[in-house]
Every structure is written in C-alpha cells, then in structure tokens.
Design a binder for this molecule. Structure first.
Ligand code: RNT
Ligand code: ZN
Length: 418
C-alpha cells in the first residue's frame, strides 16, 4: 500500500467509528457545483476599456501578470480551473462582453448573447457545469453621481433598466446552452458618501427599476437574485440596496436573495442567515468571500466562518438549494494561486461538513445533551480530514501542490506580460 493509500484507509476507519462514510462524503463533495468568478483574474476590470474600478469596490495590489486581454484571461482560467477539484460553473460579469468590431458602437443596454459566445465555447471545452451571469452596474460613464437603478434622472435609470433586461435575456441563452439554469445576480452599488436627505426615494426608485427589469424572464433557464450591501468605499453613509431592502424585495417578488458574507456588520454571520432563509425559500445564493475589517474580498481560506457556512449547506441537506458562488479579488499575490486557494478552501469546507456525524450532533442538541455536544464538537476538530482530502484530490487527478504548477506558468507566461 502506498503512503497515501495507508493514510486514507486509516482515516476511513477512524471516521467509520464515528458513523461517517468517507466514500459517500467524497462522492457528494465532487457533485456540488461552485460558481467560480472570472474577475479574480483581471482585478474586476473587464474588456470594455474601463481604466478603473468604481462602485465602491476596490482591488489592492499590483502583482505582475494581470490578464489584460480576453485571450490572456481565458488562458489563465483554463490553467487555474484545471487545478480546482469538483464541479464548477463560470461566473461572468457583463463587463466581460467580447464586442469585437462592435466595440464603441454598442453599449450595455444593447448587449446580446453573441458577445458571450467565446465564453460558452471555453466553458464547454473545460467541462464547466454552466455559466452564471451578472449585469454590471459599475465602472461605466452612465453611472450618474454613483447612482444607477435608483437615479432620479430618468434617462440614467432607464439605461440601467435596459441593461438589466438584456442580462436576463443573455442568461436565458446561457441556461439553454448548458441545460442548467443560470443565476443572474443583481448588485447595484447605489448610495451616498454622506448623510442623505431622502432615504426612501432612492429605494422606491430602485424597486421600480427592479420591477421593470423583472417584467419578463425565462422561468425555466434563469434564476434572478438581488445582492445587498452595507457600504462601499466612497459610499459610506447609505446604500440603497441594504439588507432589509433586498430581503423584502426578493421575498415579495418571489426571487432569490444573494448573501455575500462581506456585506454585513462584523458580528453578523451569513452561516446564521442561510437557515433563516431556507425556512422560507426554495433557494438561497451565496457570494463566499473573506472580509478583513471591511468588504475587502480577501482570498477565501479554510477558516471558522467558512466551515459554519458549509455546515449549514450540508447538514440541512441543501446542497441543491444553496447556490454557491465565490467573490474575492486579490491583486497583491499571484492571481491564479489566489483563485485556486479560494476554490479549494470552499471544497475543503464542504468535505469537512460532509465528514461530520451531523445526525448524532443534532440528536444531542434535541436531547439537550449540551455537555456531550460540546465534547463531540471539539473532538471532531482533530479528525484526519487532511487524509481524506488528499485522497479526494488524488481521485480528481490532482495533488496538494498547485503552487509549483502555477509558478511554472508564472515563469513561462505571466512574466512575459507587459
Ligand atoms: C460588491 C459585490 C459584488 C461584486 C462583484 C464583482 O461588493 O460583492 O458582488 O463584488 O459583482
Ligand atoms: Zn458579492
């Protein structure tokens, strides 16, 4: 027996003693789709010629090798995604439209599916489960003093409503192309730097805009969602799409709510919001990120709140109800290592949660045996997860080491970029 096999066999027996089936856990982990964002590869700039990111979000750092052309981003995606185990979807923003000769002639209110065809081709070639889509309500000259869907200027508001409509149309085609519905996440950065004089007006206008966007959408192939936020850089005092606004909007219109774990007050946790929403909704969407002091979008790592999020998905048997997406962008380190680290962390957390004796633990809670529950929860933390993880990777044709492959790519490809 090889060393890895021996490690796995021993771990399998240890988990079995606790009533946990490692084979079933690995099989389940491999089938849970994770929507991987395209925007980690180019610092969220897209291909419409945007010189800077706006809308209160920011990438920091200037690590060499950023993808500046569609060809480069596609090559980086192909490389990075090949090092990610499990089922993946590609998450695209409208700002990644490939306009070709139409560049400068067609704006976001007139984008169509054809501008995204090369992404479909790439995704099929590298075995993606589907593509999710996001209208881009930022980094664009038609933002009016930072406002889009809530703008008091009718032309501005209409332009962005049309962009939302086009996004739903594009997503319907994406859904059809893969035979799997596409999530369309609506996040608009609208808000004010300083204390507003009217907090209701912008929200009424945003609700009206969302209603106009959602007058028609393909119920078979599209899952629309709204993402809330607390504040952004330069938008510190007021955000139109607050948590209460988005939750109520989604609930009253029967659409999905998307929770980004960087978008809440520091002692609020998304792990606790998932079951609250599952009590009332068929589906909940996530943007998994790592906020450090603010919505900093640090690379997702294998830390406690990520484990709690994964537990809520797994122990509630909600892997097909919680749509997992990643949302982080770090420009201070190798972008591919960042990408793979975040995706592997999410996978690791799912495997961790799948390897818990969840039924035993919830029975202890229902029996009010909190002594044994605490004892068990602590004991579990030292179980040989790493041995099962190594086996899981090896079955996916991968190993723990993704660093060397990316360093080789950095030497050959990234360092050549100007
Ligand atoms: C911003 C939101 C939003 C974006 C992406 C690029 O705070 O989290 O989801 O990060 O759409
Ligand atoms: Zn987000």
């Amino acid at each position: 027996m090889s060393n890895t096999d021996a490690r796995y066999e021993s771990a399998k027996a240890i988990y079995a003693e606790m009533g946990v089936d490692t084979e079933a856990a690995m099989e389940k982990a491999a089938g849970i789709p994770i929507s991987v964002h395209c925007w980690q590869g180019d610092d969220v700039l897209g291909f419409e010629g945007a010189g800077a990111l706006t809308g209160g979000i920011q990438t920091t750092g200037n690590y060499p090798g950023r993808a500046t052309t569609p060809e480069q981003l596609m090559a980086d995606i192909e490389k990075a995604f090949s090092l990610m185990p499990g089922k993946k979807r590609l998450n695209l923003h409208a700002s990644y439209a490939l306009l070709g000769d139409d560049a400068g002639k067609v704006d976001r209110d007139a984008y169509t599916y054809k501008y995204f065809l090369p992404w479909v081709e790439l995704s099929k070639r590298i075995g993606m489960d589907g593509i999710d889509f996001n209208p881009t309500f930022f980094a664009h000259p038609k933002m009016n003093n930072g406002l889009t869907l809530s703008s008091p200027d009718e032309n501005t508001r209409k332009f962005w409503v049309e962009h939302g409509k086009r996004s739903l149309e594009i997503a319907a085609e994406l859904g059809k192309a893969f035979g799997k519905p596409a999530l369309v996440n609506i996040w608009a950065p609208d808000g004010f730097k300083d204390v507003p004089a009217d907090r209701l007006g912008p929200r009424v206008r945003m609700a009206k805009s969302l209603d106009e966007i959602l007058t028609a959408w393909d119920r078979k192939w599209v899952i629309p969602a709204v993402e809330s936020k607390v504040f952004g850089i330069g938008v510190e005092s007021y955000t139109v799409g607050s948590n209460e606004f988005c939750q109520n909007y989604a609930a009253s219109r029967g659409i999905c709510s998307l929770l980004d774990n960087g978008h809440y007050h520091p002692t609020e946790v998304v792990s606790d919001k998932i079951p609250s929403l599952l009590a009332f909704n068929d589906k909940v969407a996530l943007h998994v990120t790592r906020p450090v002091r603010w919505d900093s979008d640090h690379v997702v790592t294998f830390e406690d709140e990520l484990k709690e999020i994964a537990k809520e998905i797994i122990r509630n048997d909600a892997a097909d109800r919680v749509l997992i997406g990643l949302d982080y962008f770090d420009a201070s380190i190798n972008r591919l290592v960042a990408w793979v680290t975040g995706q592997r962390s999410m996978q690791k957390a799912l495997l961790y949660a799948l390897l818990l004796p969840n039924k035993t633990l919830s029975d202890l809670q229902d029996a009010s045996d909190f002594t044994q529950l605490m004892y068990m929860q602590e004991r579990i933390k030292m179980m040989p997860l790493s041995d099962v993880w190594a086996e899981y990777l090896s079955r996916a044709g991968l190993s723990e080491d993704y660093y060397s492959a990316i360093m080789e790519y950095e030497e050959k490809i990234l360092k050549e970029r100007k």
